[in-house]
Design a protein around this ligand. Sequence first.
Ligand code: AGP
Length: 612
Amino acid sequence: MCGIVGYTGSHEASPILLAGLRRLEYRGYDSAGLATLDGPDMIVRKKAGRVRILEENVEAEPARGACGISHTRWATHGPATDANAHPHIGGVGPESVAVVHNGVIENYTALRKLLEAEGIIFQSQTDTEVIAHLIAKELGHGDDLFGAVQRVLPKLEGTYGLAVISPRCPGQIVGARLGSPLVVGLGEGEHLLASDPAAIAPHTTRVAYLQDGEVVRLTPDDFEIFHRESGSITPRIDRIDWTPVASELGDNAHYMIKEIREQPNTVRDACRGRLRRGEGTAHFGGLNISPRRLRQVRRVVFAACGTSWHAALVGEYLIERLAHLPVEVEYAGEFRYRNAPLDNQTLVFVISQSGETADTLGALREAKRQGHPTLAICNVVGSTIAREADGGIYLHAGPEIGVASTKAFSAQVAVLTLLALHLGRIRHLSFPDGVAVVDAMEAIPSHIERVLETEPLIIKAAERLAEARSVLFLGRDLLFPVALEGALKLKEISYLHAEGYPAAEMKHGPLALIDPDTPCVFIAPRGSLHAKTLGSIEEVRARRGPVISVGTEGDEELMRMSEVFLPIPDVPEIVQPLLAVIPLQLLAYHVARLRGCDIDKPRNLAKSVTVE
Ligand code: AGP
């Protein structure tokens, strides 16, 4: 996934473009570039590496002009080099065009062959460059830029979020959207275009989200949107629901630690206005599905990716326990092509922090194609998944910038706990049992604050792991998904190999991995399976495997068995995942810090993967 920012107005464009790229750098950071229109000239700067390198280049040699586009890249075709950085250029002189693109053009090879046969010399290995040459060709036929772009789009197969400029049309930006998000910022005497509202928020909170198939023309004082089938479009104007401050780093060293520390409020915000203690249940405003219809549901399918998939797995255990409703959790990338047998009493839920993950969007569209009611649990308001689902639940977690998802996981698990309560209470769950869940959830924020205070102990555990070759994370029942999440956090930001398993699985193979160089992290708070998990710990210790544990405060027995014991408050099993995950997030953070890794922008990754 990549980040796009465009600006046209009365101010110099490049400072605005660069500041916008910095806000979107979590979307991809292999290379960055910009193009501005300065009278009859088009100035292009593009560099491999982070946005900072581009900034240094532009500071050394300014790129003038009040209209421009820019891009920060997550490579799909071609390595991160200056030549492969966007913008890509087609044509020459006044007929030239600059294009930035987010998505994948699946028929680019055939298009490239046709263009090369016409004598066009390509400068890069990217799929995007074919778009630049095709638009330049159309422009040369006397078309204006808006028309030229619209004539090229039907030739493209795949996905795109595009921004295009040309000296031929000063002050004008043309954007187009199919499968990759684009949002228009409506300012006073200026307009912006971006992949994510975070780049727009410092300038205006009035936005219009482009829909698939729409093309937009921006000038400083006007904008128009056109759809290839429905013609001219009057868009809905939305308000960005958070301030730029929410996505600022503040005095935190990294976004990840900021977002870990936000989690007491994250859970408060996820529950705000949804707990109904007087009825012993939870209520959601946007589900758009009646209790009567929900009672007819006989099966729930979750489709998600990565951390959201782990949250969905917690949801499975919760819903099956509180509502006795069968639940399956599918990897979205698998579900969309697996043709899973689903009947008309199946409810499909997709879970996605960004609301733009291509695999999850594909799963949603496949479920809709089959006629299933679809609901979404999302964080980004107005995101594609949120808009295309039949209803859903927003996380209200605010922007999550760190590539490693933390507060979104907690918000997802909190929402899933409330959903399980809601489903349980419209079936058989008793009022007292419902009230117990409500009370447990209301106490969670202060319990998270207590766990955050144990950070010095967690740093000690991180020092124990920092040089390990591989780490196993183990838990049972509701804590097995937490083990998976702990392993993902560690591997994605510290590049240490880690795996999560159900603790009972150790003796069926993974125990062969155990030696003094392979630490195990057990999640073993007090509960119905506590003794069995201690048995698994003994199996590891018998083979001299080092043990770090997350357990209930005061658990002397577990302390004795552990090299480092990370305490969490004594809470009902149903809400233990919300606390047990916090030490694991901090553990991954500090191991990555000790290993000198780039915590907010880990290698090879991006915050939201909007390509298949
Ligand atoms: C988690 O730390 C990763 N960043 C990644 O697994 C992420 O959870 C996954 O790509 C799904 O993203 P989404 O929730 O925005 O759909």
